[in-house]
Design a protein around this ligand. Structure first.
Ligand code: NAD
Length: 270
């Protein structure tokens, strides 16, 4: 059994992770962490997740959960806490999967530093389908002529904070890689007013509303034909199951950086 600590344990993803872990072989929730001022501190995380008590109270202190024999941390919490969580995991020699999105630009430096000591995975989307979609987008961008314009449309629930989604940005980076283009120069984050399309742009459009779990369309629009690669998540359990499976795998790896494609061994050809 791999002992997993969930950070962000009382949130939407945290509760889904706890529920999924109950049904999965080879993982056990050994710790549950949330903000120290969270009103659910001290309550059993299984009860909060609706699966009945599992004997794990929500704690406000990651270091205590790490010290209690954790083997991997699964962090779906807040972008501002990711760097500190990486450092704490590195200090405790515990592997970490960060699923939080909207991470600050300097997270790469923190992740690289931690990865010298522990296995680190930063995954903006932990579903099998989006991992495969990312590989397909890279390949389509590589194969299609450059007059196929690339546009990415994503939709999420009304509570989502970051935009465009981390997944949309990952898909955009994959498209830019396939084209051999610099993502930062190609990316156009929404258009308004007079905003004609430049050749080579990768455009992003964002929809927020209701309880949409997560939808991503990557459009390759050519002349007289259009190819759309599309993924829809209808239940956040797909992210939770993928994250727990990847975390179980990550716990046994040597120190270093890993991605979801390493876990499911997709050969992208890139
Ligand atoms: P949420 O707001 O429902 O939950 C976040 C939880 O983190 C809350 O309980 C909050 O109290 C807690 N938190 C905030 N700061 C904290 C801190 N410093 N330490 C510990 N806990 C803290 O959000 P959510 O919908 O569960 O999403 C969480 C994150 O996961 C977001 O960044 C979201 O975009 C991302 N996400 C990623 C994937 C993926 O596949 N990688 C899928 C869904 C959501």
């Amino acid at each position: 059994m791999v002992r997993v600590v969930i950070v962000g344990a009382t949130g939407r993803m945290g509760r889904t992770l706890v529920g999924c872990a109950r049904q999965m072989q080879g993982v056990v929730i050994s710790g549950a962490v949330d903000r120290p001022d969270n009103p659910s501190i001290g309550r059993d995380v299984g009860e909060l997740a609706g699966v009945g008590a599992i004997g794990v109270p929500v704690s406000g202190d990651l270091s205590l959960a790490l010290a209690a024999g954790a083997e991997v941390v699964v962090d779906f919490s807040d972008p501002a806490s990711a760097a500190g969580n990486l450092a704490a995991c590195a200090g405790a020699q515990v592997a970490v999967l960060v699923g939080t999105t909207g991470l600050p630009a300097d997270i790469e430096a923190h992740a690289t530093r931690a990865a010298a000591r522990i296995p680190v995975m930063i995954a903006s989307n932990t579903s099998l389908g989006v991992t495969l979609l990312t590989a397909l987008v890279r390949e389509c961008a590589r194969l299609l002529p450059e007059d196929f314009d690339i546009e990415i449309v994503e939709a999420h629930h009304r509570h989502k904070k970051d935009a465009p989604s981390g997944t949309a940005l990952t898909l955009g980076r994959a498209a830019a890689e396939g084209r051999g283009a610099a993502f930062e120069q190609a990316a156009v984050m929404g258009r308004t007013g007079l905003a004609p399309r430049r050749s080579g742009d990768i455009g992003f459009a964002v929809v927020r509303g209701g309880d949409i779990v997560g939808e991503h369309d990557v459009i390759f629009a050519g002349t007289a034909e259009k190819l759309t690669l599309s993924h829809q998540a209808t239940d956040r359990a797909v992210f939770a199951r993928g994250a727990l499976q990847a975390a179980r795998w990550l716990a046994g790896r040597p120190a270093g950086r890993y991605g979801m494609s390493d876990f499911i061994s997709i050969r992208t050809g890139a």
